[in-house]
Design a protein around this ligand. Structure first.
Ligand SMILES: [Fe+2]
Ligand SMILES: [Fe+2]
Length: 162
């Protein structure tokens, strides 16, 4: 059984995973509208992986006998100054999510909730992989520069990755 505080925080995380899911769908739609089909497809895959995260959390909360609460999810941004800026925002968003996961892990340990502590280890590794992936993309963008030809090639390379 989950302590009230831990349940609230896990529900908060569930809400954030739902937000990430919406965010990547919205970003994917923006990329498609701007003529970046490779990035749009890649972000659809990113949204699908967020769906897995929210399912994992929802199932875990249910398994403890508690009720998962999704709550109100804020609307994601729908305008971005440029493609590199969009990817920069993703990297910062994922870093903030990693911080939240770390806070949850710390709380689980401090309250001797080892079941939740064990459950969260999957998210710790997942965030590590995600940060690595988005940083690699940002590095590529930095190398290629901001000219339209470079962005076209970058977008094509994502099409082959996704
Ligand atoms: Fe996530
Ligand atoms: Fe993520």
């Amino acid at each position: 059984m989950l302590e009230k505080n831990m349940l609230d925080q896990l529900n908060g995380q569930l809400n954030l995973e739902c937000y990430s899911y919406h965010l990547y769908w919205q970003m994917s739609a923006w990329c498609a509208a701007q003529g970046f089909p490779g990035s749009a497809g890649f972000l659809r895959l990113a949204a699908q992986s967020e769906q897995k995260h929210l399912e994992k959390l929802l199932n875990y909360i249910s398994d403890t006998g508690a009720l998962p609460l999704i709550g109100t999810i804020s609307a994601p941004p729908d305008e971005f100054p440029s493609l590199p800026d969009l990817f920069q925002q993703i990297y910062e968003h994922e870093q903030a999510i990693s911080d939240r996961i770390n806070t949850l892990v710390h709380q689980a340990l401090m309250t001797q909730d080892y079941t939740t502590f064990n459950f969260l280890q999957w998210f710790v590794s997942e965030q590590c992989q995600e940060e690595k992936q988005w940083k690699r993309i940002l590095d590529q963008l930095e190398w290629l520069g901001n000219e339209s030809k470079a962005l076209f090639l970058f977008d094509q390379s994502l099409q082959h990755t996704g």
